[in-house]
Design a binder for this molecule. Structure first.
Ligand code: COA
Length: 139
């Protein structure tokens, strides 16, 4: 049975395992702690028969929802786990009054592009631009 719920700190090792199994970067504890101050109810995991099998990190900036770090352990794919995670995240975005959710996919990640389009997330022509910002804590 698939069960979707909010992340709690005792899940961190299991979530890390899922990210690694799916080839995704692991969010360090300090970054995660900063995120959880804002919207902890948007960081979700999926348990399949009590095993953590999937994870997604949602954020809401007050205007748009962002979907980050979606991953499902390869041993648990094509069972609808990612679909259930995103469905629950969308419900939570809707409850916050968030009218649109965005995400980034690498252009060569064909499987993920297929997945997102199946769920109605369509590519836009915008190009991601990025710049590091120095902060008082930057080493
Ligand atoms: C993309 C990913 C999260 C999908 O997880 P999943 O739990 O297997 O997906 P679901 O079972 O919920 O798939 C729902 C539907 O999406 C589509 N889909 C999912 N994976 C697909 C694939 N590899 N190829 C084609 N279509 C796919 C199918 O229509 C599927 O429905 P179906 O199985 O009934 O045909 C998973 O493959 C993964 O973790 N990939 C590596 C990490 C990654 O790329 N994350 C996304 C970065 S933006």
């Amino acid at each position: 049975m698939i069960h979707i719920r909010q992340f709690a700190w005792p899940d961190y090792a299991d979530v890390t395992k899922v990210w690694k199994s799916a080839g995704r970067d692991v969010l360090p504890r300090a970054e995660l702690a900063a995120k959880l101050v804002r919207d902890p109810h948007l960081f979700l995991l999926a348990e399949h028969d009590d095993i953590v099998a999937g994870v997604v990190l949602g954020t809401f900036d007050g205007r748009r929802g962002w979907i980050l770090r979606l991953a499902v352990d390869p041993a648990h794919r094509r069972r609808g786990i990612a679909r259930r995670l995103i469905g629950e995240l969308e419900n939570r975005f809707a409850a916050l009054g968030c009218p649109r959710a965005n995400l980034l996919v690498m252009p060569d990640n064909v499987d993920a592009l297929q997945f997102w389009q199946t769920l109605g997330y369509l590519p836009l022509p915008d190009v991601l631009c990025s710049k590091p910002i120095s902060t008082p804590t930057t080493p």
